[in-house]
Design a protein around this ligand. Structure first.
Ligand code: LMR
Ligand code: MN
Length: 399
């Protein structure tokens, strides 16, 4: 019927919107991305019409916002940009509309563009909470400007405006303060976040959590329930070490840690599994290690983690940080371990030993120092938290 209406009244926006909404609904019922893309085309046609009736403002706005949201869902951030522009043109007085563009830019990792947009927003709306927290977030991640990041994040959070009470902003504010050596203030922020239940506790600040999982900084091999598999890896530690060292001996295979966690030094990794998928090209270079992991389902299928060699050189300090989820444990198999390296998890420091496992829950705050004289090499194996059900292991979103 909408098709008929469109044919009969091609200059009438309403029929395009009707068709878009119908397709959108149909796409959800059928879980079809193809139908969804068709729906988006009709949203776009509708949105091209000029708004001349004030009564239609609300409808136009929600259609535009829905279109953006669906494009984000499909990961088509680039395509969402002209829709944002239309919304901004039609609602020039609304900071919320411009903040939506910032979110799309952040989702597509265009931090610099997001920063420039935020500068414009803050010129007009200097007290806008969402703009303030996002600007602080970018100053930390893009510029490592912890001082100004902490000021903007604090101001934004204190507005208590919708969207600002998010674990990520408390997390980033606390980390900025830690990096400024303001530990007492950082802990206060983490306490605020934990009290608001934005993350589990002051030390455990993961954002993707499942309920009721045992939570403690360090784990023994027995506690993991994966003794059999871990022992097999341990028995083969020399072969694993040889593979790691061989890859290390060639230029360019190990890559820099990319999450801005390092204060100083040199820390690189070589990934074998990520998000429960084997990196086939890399596994060819470590066939024994990968065949051992293949026999270890809780590691092989761990969609919320990785398996990787990690090399750290003398003079490295890794800032205190937390992993993203409480669903995994992180097992380190020591391969080359000089004196002078240590790992703190929550309030306890430990060190590695060659051929031995050191297992911790990396959703707890941890920090690493290498004050020794030669490189340290470990194999990092993320494994599903033993209390997760089969159902959870199958259905949790990958990280
Ligand atoms: C970490 O997981 O943050 C570190 O412990 C990794 C490493 O190489 O020590
Ligand atoms: Mn870590």
């Amino acid at each position: 019927m909408f098709d008929q209406l469109i044919r009969k009244y091609p200059h009438e926006p309403q029929s395009y919107l009707g068709k878009a909404q119908t397709l959108d609904h149909f796409a959800e019922l059928k879980q079809s991305n193809h139908l969804l893309m068709e729906a988006i085309e009709f949203y776009k046609k509708y949105l091209q019409f000029k708004l001349n009736d004030d009564n239609q403002q609300l409808e136009y706005r929600s259609a535009g916002e829905r279109c953006v949201e669906r494009l984000r869902f499909l990961g088509q951030y680039q395509q969402a940009l002209p829709i944002h522009q239309l919304l901004i043109e039609n609602f020039p007085q609304e900071s919320a509309i411009r903040n939506q563009l910032v979110v799309t830019l952040l989702m597509s990792n265009r931090l610099l563009d997001a920063k420039l947009e935020l500068q414009e927003i803050l010129k007009r709306w200097p007290h806008d909470g969402l703009a303030l927290v996002n600007y602080g977030f970018i100053l930390k991640q893009l510029d490592q400007d912890y001082h100004n990041a902490s000021i903007y994040l604090r101001q934004g959070i204190d507005t208590k405006e919708p969207g600002t009470q998010d674990g990520r902003y408390y997390f980033q504010l606390g980390e900025s303060l830690q990096r400024l050596n303001k530990q007492t203030q950082a802990v206060e922020v983490f306490r605020e976040g934990a009290e608001l239940k934005l993350f589990p506790s002051v030390y455990q600040r993961s954002l993707y959590n499942e309920r009721n999982l045992k939570a403690q900084p360090f784990w023994s091999i027995e506690e993991t329930t994966y003794e059999k598999f871990l022992k097999k890896l341990k028995d083969n530690w020399m072969a694993i070490k040889a593979e790691g060292q061989n890859i290390l001996s060639k230029e360019g295979y190990f890559t820099d840690e990319a999450e801005n966690l390092k204060n100083k030094g040199d820390w690189k990794q070589f990934e074998l599994y990520a998000r429960g998928q084997q990196r086939k090209d890399n596994c060819l270079k470590a066939p024994i290690t990968c065949s051992l992991i293949q026999q270890f389902p809780a590691a092989r299928d761990c969609r919320r983690g990785q398996v990787k060699f990690s090399v750290m050189h003398p003079g490295t300090h890794v800032w205190p940080h937390c992993g993203p989820t409480n669903c995994r444990l992180r097992a380190h198999l020591g391969l080359v371990v000089p004196e002078g390296t240590r790992l703190r998890v929550a309030e306890e420091e430990r060190t590695w030993q060659e051929g031995e496992f050191l297992i911790f829950d990396d959703s707890f705050e941890h920090e690493v120092w290498h004050e020794g004289k030669s490189l340290r090499l470990v194999l990092i194996i993320d494994i599903w938290h033993p209390q997760l059900t089969e159902q959870q292991r199958r259905t949790l979103s990958p990280i």
